[in-house]
Design a protein around this ligand. Structure first.
Ligand SMILES: NC(=O)c1ccc[n+]([C@@H]2O[C@H](COP(=O)([O-])OP(=O)(O)OC[C@H]3O[C@@H](n4cnc5c(N)ncnc54)[C@H](O)[C@@H]3O)[C@@H](O)[C@H]2O)c1
Ligand SMILES: [Zn+2]
Ligand SMILES: [Zn+2]
Length: 346
C-alpha cells in the first residue's frame, strides 16, 4: 500500500510503498477513505522540538483524523464488523490506570496516541485498536467523518460553556475555532465574536455563524469586545481560546465578564503571566483546560449534531488533495491560506 512515512527527524514525509499491515488480536484494519491534516501533523511534518517528547520512535505513519471502511478484524474484536463505516479516536486508553478506572479514559496516564506513538492514517490502510474505533452512521460522509475527532474538543467547550443567550468570544478561527463558532450558533449563543489575524479565516467564520469579527492587527480587541457585550453584563460570558497565542489569551482577561468562563484548547507558545487576584479571584473567572474528547459521550453528541443537518462543514473544508499530492497539501496547510485540508488515498 501507499503510505506517508516519517523516517527522519527532518522536514518532510516520504511517500512509500509498504506492506498492508495485519491486524493484531484487538485491532481493526481500515481502508482509509478520507483523512485530515491537523496542526500536530504539521508539527511532525516540520519536525519541531515538540515532536521529541511526543513521537517516541521513527519510522511512523502520522495522521489521526480519518474515516474509512473496516476490511478485516482481529480475532478478539467484539463490536466492530467488516464493512462498518468508522472513524478513529486519537487517545488510545490503557484501560487500567487511575484515570481509566475513574471514567476518564480520554486523559489516560499511559495513553497511546494514534498517528503519534502508533502508526496513524496517512495511508491506504490503517490499523486502529478496537477501543479507539468509532462506528459512524452511513448518513455521515467520509469527509465529515474524518472531522468528528477535531470537532469533539470545541464541542465540549461550547457544551460546558452553556452558551444559550450568551455572548461568546472565539479566539482563533482555525478549524477548532470554526467548529466552536458553529456549535455556539446551533446551541443558541446570541453574540458570537470571532477573532483572528487571518482575513480568509474571518470570512469563513462569518459563514460558520460568527455575528462579529475582530482582527487584532487592525482593531482594539478589548475595547471592541467590551463595546459589543455592553448588554451582557459588560463582558463576554464565555471565551474559547483556540489560537495558541499567549497575548490573545491575556486580552481575554480584559473583556471577560465577572463570573465568566474561559476554555483553553490552544497550546500557548509562551507562558502566560497574569495578576491573578484582580483578573481571576475577584472576578470569579472559571478557567478550564480541555484535552481530547470524552469516550464516547462527546462522540455521541457531535455525531447527533452532524446528522441533524444543522451544521454545514463545507466552508471549513477548503482543500482536498490525493495522498500522493501531500507536499502541496502540507504547503497549503502551513500557509494558512485555507482551513481544513483533506488527504484522500489515490
Ligand atoms: N486541547 C486539545 O485537545 C487540542 C486538540 C486539537 C488542537 N488543539 C490546539 O488548538 C489550537 C487550534 O487548533 P487549529 O487546528 O484550529 O489551529 P490553527 O493553527 O489552524 O488555528 C489557529 C488560528 O489562530 C489564529 N491566530 C494567530 N494569532 C492570533 C491572535 N493573536 N489572535 C487571534 N487569532 C490568532 C491563526 O491565524 C489561526 O487561524 C492549536 O493550538 C492546537 O494545537 C488542542
Ligand atoms: Zn487532530
Ligand atoms: Zn489509562
Amino acid at each position: 500500500m501507499k503510505a506517508l512515512v516519517k523516517t527522519k527527524k527532518d522536514v518532510g514525509l516520504e511517500y512509500q510503498d509498504i506492506p498492508v499491515p495485519r491486524p493484531g488480536r484487538k485491532d481493526v484494519l481500515v481502508k482509509v477513505k478520507a483523512s485530515a491534516i491537523c496542526g500536530s501533523d504539521i508539527k511532525i511534518y516540520e519536525w519541531v522540538p515538540w515532536c521529541e517528547n511526543v513521537v517516541k520512535s521513527l519510522p511512523i505513519i502520522p495522521g489521526h483524523e480519518c474515516a474509512g471502511e473496516v476490511v478485516e478484524v482481529g480475532e478478539e474484536v467484539k463490536e466492530i464488523k467488516v464493512g462498518d463505516k468508522v472513524a478513529a479516536e486519537t487517545h488510545v486508553p490503557c484501560g487500567v490506570c487511575w484515570q481509566c478506572r475513574h471514567n476518564r479514559p480520554h486523559t489516560c496516564e499511559k495513553m497511546q496516541l494514534f498517528g503519534h506513538t502508533i502508526n496513524g492514517c496517512f495511508a491506504e490502510y490503517s490499523l486502529i485498536p478496537e477501543v479507539s474505533t468509532r462506528k459512524i452512521p452511513d448518513s455521515i460522509s467520509f469527509d465529515e467523518g474524518c472531522l468528528l475527532e477535531p470537532m469533539g474538543i470545541p464541542f465540549r467547550a461550547v457544551e460546558e460553556g452553556e452558551v444559550k443567550g450568551e455572548a461568546v468570544v472565539v479566539i482563533g478561527c482555525g478549524p477548532i475555532g470554526q467548529f466552536a463558532i458553529s456549535f455556539s450558533k446551533i446551541m443558541g449563543a446570541e453574540k458570537i465574536i470571532g477573532i483572528d489575524v487571518n482575513e480568509k479565516r474571518l470570512n469563513i467564520a462569518r459563514k460558520m455563524g460568527a455575528t462579529h469579527l475582530i482582527n487584532p492587527e487592525t482593531d482594539s480587541v478589548v475595547r471592541k469586545v467590551k463595546d459589543l457585550t455592553k448588554d451582557y453584563g459588560g463582558g463576554a460570558g464565555v471565551v474559547i481560546e483556540a489560537s495558541g497565542n499567549t497575548a490573545a489569551l491575556k486580552d481575554a482577561f480584559g473583556y471577560i465578564r465577572i463570573g465568566g468562563k474561559i476554555f483553553m484548547i490552544g497550546h500557548l507558545q509562551n507562558p502566560l503571566t497574569i495578576d491573578t487576584s484582580p483578573n481571576i479571584v475577584l472576578k470569579e473567572v472559571q478557567i478550564k483546560g480541555l484535552f481530547g474528547r470524552k469516550i464516547w459521550s462527546t462522540w455521541d453528541k457531535t455525531e447527533k449534531l452532524l446528522t441533524s443537518g444543522k451544521m454545514n462543514l463545507s466552508p471549513v473544508i477548503t482543500h482536498r488533495f490525493p495522498l500522493s499530492g501531500f507536499e502541496k497539501a502540507f504547503e497549503v496547510a502551513l500557509s494558512g491560506e485555507g482551513c481544513k485540508v483533506l488527504l484522500i488515498p489515490d
